[in-house]
Ligand binder design. Structure first.
Ligand SMILES: NC(=O)c1ccc[n+]([C@@H]2O[C@H](COP(=O)([O-])OP(=O)(O)OC[C@H]3O[C@@H](n4cnc5c(N)ncnc54)[C@H](OP(=O)(O)O)[C@@H]3O)[C@@H](O)[C@H]2O)c1
Length: 298
């Protein structure tokens, strides 16, 4: 029997990757994909109506306020989307008796340790975005203790805006770039994350908080170096650009960011699917990007 999935935030990086994958698996899933215009997660009435109309088995929340620096000056909006939104969804899911899969972030941690973060390590966000996402997790757990909450990090995709696309643009425009080398994490492809969420849809017994990133670790500088080398090979970067390591203090931003964001993903990798190394995933994404750019320029 096909599983009926109600998806929020369908036009974001993760939402778009989910739509793309479900389109290839129509025998397994019936998807109702909603963007913000159709379903604003801050509006409980819209959520209720969507659940009533579509009668999903599972609700996947890919909607979020993700502008980390802007959140410092838009606290209210960040909390409305990242805390009240998930609370509204979880409350409605509880009332309708449906499962919920929610996505959270490494930014619930303060980054002040040097071993991978476990799911039960103490949370202590250091920016407004992280605070709002933590409040969202807590609200979801309050209404639906069995909800799936997957914390992820450093997400990129051929869709939407992200570090990889920004780097390619800047590398084509500039002779040199200074990239932060003292923040460490795991770049994560939204497409593989989408597959992991679908694996959670298929496993009703899988519940609670878990972590998911691609395998391996990198600094932003390492990530940028790989984007440059692999982008050059594919003709996505057509300009010589020197990538220089800098420190966090050389590049002040409104929001503080955790220094060490690597997450322990043992449980999700054992139960939901294996992880590929981030560099392998980056190669795949750059191949897709090349197809997109070539198509747009044809
Ligand atoms: N990107 C990362 O590096 C990263 C890292 C860790 C965790 N995460 C988490 O991963 C999840 C997916 O992130 P992503 O990178 O796919 O984000 P994204 O590309 O920014 O997509 C988020 C989507 O949510 C929509 N949205 C915003 N407010 C909404 C509302 N009130 N109601 C309904 N939709 C709304 C946005 O629409 P508009 O574009 O119209 O605003 C956008 O389409 C999020 O939970 C995020 O917090 C992301």
């Amino acid at each position: 029997m096909t599983k009926r999935i109600l998806l929020t935030g369908a036009d974001g990086q993760l939402g778009s990757e989910l739509r793309q994958r479900v389109a290839m698996m129509t025998a397994a899933y019936t998807l109702h994909a909603t963007d913000q215009a159709e379903l604003d997660i801050a509006d409980p009435a819209q959520i209720e109506a969507a659940i009533q109309d579509f009668a999903p088995d599972v609700l996947i929340n890919a909607a979020a306020y993700t502008a980390v620096d802007q959140a410092e000056s838009q606290r209210e909006l960040a909390f409305k989307v990242n805390a009240e939104g998930p609370a509204n969804l979880a409350k409605a899911a509880q009332q309708a008796g449906i499962r919920m899969i929610h996505v959270s972030t490494d930014y619930v941690f303060n980054g002040q340790q040097c071993r991978p973060w476990k799911t039960d390590d103490p949370v202590a966000p250091i920016n407004v975005y992280g605070e709002s996402k933590l409040a969202g997790e807590q609200a979801v757990q309050r209404y639906l203790p069995d909800a799936v909450i997957i914390r992820t990090a450093w997400v990129y995709s051929r869709y939407g805006q992200n570090f990889v696309k920004t780097m390619i643009r800047l590398m084509n425009e500039r002779d040199s770039l200074g990239i932060i080398a003292d923040q460490i994490g795991s770049p994560t492809h939204a497409g593989r994350l989408a597959e992991i969420l679908l694996s959670a849809v298929d496993q009703p017994e899988f519940t609670g908080i878990s972590h998911w990133t691609d395998a391996g670790v990198a600094s932003w500088y390492d990530f940028a170096q790989s984007i440059y080398t692999l982008g050059r090979e594919r003709g996505l970067v057509q300009h010589d650009c020197q990538i220089n390591p800098i420190t966090t203090s050389d590049y002040p931003t409104p929001a503080q960011r955790p220094a060490f964001s690597v997450m322990d993903c043992q449980r999700s990798r054992a139960q939901l699917g294996h992880a590929r190394h981030w560099r392998e995933q980056l190669q795949m994404m750059l191949d897709e990007l090349k197809t997109d750019y070539d198509g747009a320029n044809a």
